[in-house]
Design a protein around this ligand. Structure first.
Ligand code: ATP
Ligand code: ATP
Ligand code: MG
Ligand code: MG
Ligand code: MG
Ligand code: MG
Length: 268
């Protein structure tokens, strides 16, 4: 009978290893596009920043947050997204492989599903994303993690903005632009952008300079008294303490979106 067959083979199940995540830690899942340097060229992403590609990343991240209520904040830039599960999340009994593989596959399938709604060009190859889980025991560790990712976008975007202006507007080759920027500091790149291209770096759209933060907020809808809980994209500076004061529900005990947001504070 099938019951006997089961008992004969069932021992293989015991080879599966326990992968339960440490309790009482922030769970960060970060996904990153595989070979997106090439992928972005193949699909003619606008350089340095393709807004449609970023909006698509944000949409895929919203799908993940809609699926997992325990994610209290997400942060995306370039081809990466970080999802932060609250410390006491008990999702899938904190089984690491389950959490990581669901997040990564929902993100990927949503990215592919929404592609035609965001991009004009046909999808030419199958995008894929790697994923990792990192645990942070303290609130300060979590703030430092998010600051690290946001500092990364700052450094990269300043460089890329200078680089692509040199290539696209001054007609330098990639190598010439690279040589021109070698050894320069932030202040030099700011100065170059301003003096050669009339660009005040601070006026570059915040989504490019700061990346995108997704928060759950109770939003007061315009021209009405009604509030709705929404996942809201903002582009603030998480490195400043002000961010954590403004959004104090994040590190609070109950993680409820207590701070109301007026619709004009966010882009909906
Ligand atoms: P890996 O597989 O190791 O992650 P990668 O080619 O994806 O390799 P990353 O360091 O992840 O390398 O960099 C992602 C690259 O994707 C960026 O350098 C940029 O060239 C491109 N890219 C991602 N998003 C955009 C965008 N919105 N607009 C323009 N280019 C983008
Ligand atoms: P879990 O999320 O725990 O995996 P599940 O609903 O996916 O829950 P499974 O034990 O993985 O449960 O079983 C998959 C179920 O999907 C099957 O029981 C069956 O109902 C359905 N299913 C999968 N493939 C087919 C198929 N080709 N034709 C009909 N039904 C299918
Ligand atoms: Mg990588
Ligand atoms: Mg990548
Ligand atoms: Mg990347
Ligand atoms: Mg199943």
């Amino acid at each position: 009978t099938s019951t006997m067959a089961n008992s004969k083979y069932e021992y293989v199940k015991s080879y599966e290893l326990e992968d339960k995540i440490m309790p009482n830690c922030w769970i960060v899942v970060r996904i990153d596009g595989k070979g997106f340097h090439k992928f972005s060229e193949k699909h003619k992403f606008e350089k340095p920043n393709d807004i449609k590609a970023l909006n698509l990343m944000n949409q895929a991240a919203i799908s993940v947050m809609e699926e997992f209520r325990d994610i209290i904040i997400s942060y995306g830039q370039s081809d990466e997204y970080s999802f932060v599960f609250k410390k006491d999340a008990n999702i899938y009994n904190r089984r690491s492989a389950k959490i990581l593989s669901y997040v990564t596959s929902i993100f990927t399938s949503s990215y592919v599903h929404h592609w035609p709604m965001f991009q004009d060009k046909k999808l030419e190859s199958l995008p894929s994303f790697d994923g990792r889980i990192v645990l942070y025991p303290s609130d300060q560790n979590l703030k430092d993690y998010l600051s690290w990712r946001q500092a990364d976008v700052h450094v990269n975007n300043l460089y890329n903005t200078a680089f692509w202006n040199l290539v696209l507007k001054s007609g330098l080759t990639n190598q010439e632009a690279e040589a021109r920027l070698r050894g320069t500091f932030s202040a030099d790149k700011n100065e170059l952008l301003f003096s050669e291209f009339g660009i005040n770096y601070n006026s570059v759209p915040a989504i490019f300079r700061k990346g995108t933060i997704l928060l759950r907020k109770r939003v007061l809808l315009p021209n009405s008294e009604s509030r709705r809980q929404l996942i809201v994209p903002i582009h603030e500076d998480m490195i400043r303490e002000k961010f954590w004061k403004t959004h104090q529900e994040l590190l609070g005990k109950y993680h409820s979106p207590e701070v109301d947001l007026k619709c004009q504070d966010c882009e909906l």
